[in-house]
Design a protein around this ligand. Structure first.
Ligand SMILES: [Zn+2]
Length: 372
C-alpha cells in the first residue's frame, strides 16, 4: 500500500499574526468571506478589517452562529454566492474553523483558518465535524484537501483560559502513542495509506516537545504572556499534533475518549482532557513500561490533566460504566481496531480499571511526597 502524508499548504505562527492576515491571504484570492466568532469580533474586528483592506482585499465579515451544522453551512454558502466571494477564512474556535472548511468545500474555493485557541489538533486537518442545530453529532465531512493556510496569533492564544491549552496538550499527548500503535499494525491513516517516517517522527517530536515545554507553557498562559515555551506548545498542539494524527494514525486513546463521552459525568470536560485519560488506558492495554507510564502521568499532573476516573467526575457505579465505555470503544469501525494484535471488550474494560488504579497510586505517592 502507498504511504501518504498530507498537511496544510502553509502554516504561520506568531504574536500579533492576525495583524498580518491580509498579506498571507492575498496570494490565495482577492475576495473573502470572513467567518468569525462573535467573541473574537468583539476585540479583533477592526484588526481583521484593516489587515485585509491594507492588502487590497474585498471582504464580508460575518458572525458565526455558534453551531457547525448543515443549516449554518448552507446560510454561509448562500452569502458566498450572493456576494461573489472567491475564498473563505474562519477565525475562532474549532467549530468556526470546521464551518469555514465545510463552506469552502461546498463552494469549491480555497479556505484559510485562524485558530484563536490551541485546544485541539483540528485546524490543520482535512476534516469537519458536523452537528445538528441542537448540538448533537451529525456526521464527519472528509475533505479532499487540508486548509490552504493556517495562521495562529499566539498573543490571542496566550489570553485564552489556561485550561484550554492543557486540553490541547492532552489531545497532542495521544498523537505519538496512537501513531506508534497504528504503525506497528501497518494501519492506514486518515491520509489514505500507512504512515510515512516523516509523520511518525513529527508525532514523536510532538511528544518530546510536550515533555520539555508543557509545564513552562502553562505558566506562560496563566500569566497571559507569549514565551518561547508557549510558542513551542502552540506549534505542537496545532501543527505537530494535527499532521501527526492525520498522517501518523489513530488507535485506542481516541476510541476510549469516544466511549467516555457516553458517560454523562464527563460532558463538561474538554475533548483533550478525556483523550489524556484515553492515553493512559492505551498504555495499560499495551502493557507499556512502568517508566513510560510514570512519564505520561507526571506530564498530565504537571499541566493539570486527569489521570483518574474521579478527576473526570466518575465516582459511582464504575464497573458498569466502564463496561459500557469499553463496549463503545470497541464498536465496529472504531480506531481501536488499529491496535496491533486487535483488542477485545474484556481487555479494554481491564485497561480502564487498571489505568484508573495506576492514576490513583500516582496521586497518592505524589501527595505523600508533597507532605513529606
Ligand atoms: Zn483529538
Amino acid at each position: 500500500m502507498d504511504r501518504v502524508i498530507q498537511s496544510p499548504g502553509k502554516y504561520v505562527q506568531g504574536a500579533d499574526a492576525l495583524q498580518r492576515l491580509g498579506d498571507y491571504l492575498k496570494p490565495l484570492a482577492d475576495s473573502w468571506l470572513v467567518i468569525a466568532d462573535k467573541f473574537v469580533l468583539g476585540f479583533a474586528e477592526d484588526t481583521i478589517r484593516q489587515s485585509l483592506s491594507k492588502a487590497g482585499l474585498a471582504m464580508d465579515i460575518v458572525a458565526f452562529n455558534g453551531e457547525c451544522s448543515q443549516g449554518e453551512v448552507d446560510r454561509l454558502c448562500q452569502l458566498t454566492t450572493q456576494n461573489g466571494r472567491s475564498a473563505i477564512v474562519g477565525i475562532g474556535g474549532g467549530k468556526t474553523l470546521d464551518t469555514a472548511k465545510a463552506v469552502a468545500f461546498f463552494q469549491k474555493v480555497p479556505v484559510a483558518v485562524a485558530p484563536t485557541i490551541a485546544s485541539t489538533d483540528a485546524p490543520c486537518s482535512a476534516l469537519s465535524v458536523l452537528y445538528t442545530d441542537d448540538g448533537e453529532f451529525d456526521r464527519y465531512l472528509m475533505l479532499p484537501t487540508n486548509p490552504a493556510l493556517v495562521v495562529v496569533d499566539t498573543a490571542i492564544v496566550a489570553r485564552a483560559p489556561a485550561r484550554l491549552l492543557a486540553a490541547g496538550i492532552g489531545d497532542a499527548l495521544a498523537t505519538w502513542f496512537e501513531a506508534r500503535a497504528a504503525s506497528r499494525s501497518s494501519a492506514a491513516t486518515m491520509a489514505g495509506g500507512p504512515a510515512t517516517q516523516t509523520a511518525l517522527n513529527l508525532a514523536r517530536f510532538c511528544y518530546d516537545t510536550l515533555l520539555e515545554e508543557g509545564e513552562k507553557a502553562m505558566l506562560a498562559v496563566q500569566a497571559q504572556v507569549v514565551t518561547p515555551a508557549l510558542e513551542r506548545i502552540v506549534e505542537a498542539n496545532t501543527y505537530l499534533s494535527g499532521v501527526g494524527f492525520e498522517s501518523g494514525g489513530v488507535a485506542a486513546a481516541h476510541a476510549v475518549h469516544n466511549g467516555l463521552t457516553a458517560v454523562a459525568e464527563t460532558h463538561h470536560f474538554y475533548h483533550g482532557e478525556k483523550v489524556a485519560f484515553g492515553v493512559l488506558v492505551q498504555l495499560a492495554l499495551e502493557n507499556a513500561s512502568n517508566a513510560e507510564m510514570q512519564e505520561v502521568m507526571s506530564l498530565c499532573h504537571a499541566v493539570g490533566l486527569p489521570v483518574t476516573l474521579a478527576q473526570l467526575d466518575i465516582t459511582e457505579d464504575i464497573p458498569a460504566k466502564m463496561r459500557a465505555v469499553a463496549e463503545l470503544a470497541c464498536a465496529p469501525g472504531e480506531t481501536i481496531h488499529n491496535m496491533p494484535g486487535g483488542v477485545t471488550v474484556e481487555q479494554v474494560y481491564g485497561a480502564l480499571l487498571v489505568a484508573d488504579q495506576l492514576g490513583q497510586h500516582f496521586r497518592r505517592r505524589f501527595d505523600r511526597k508533597a507532605l513529606g
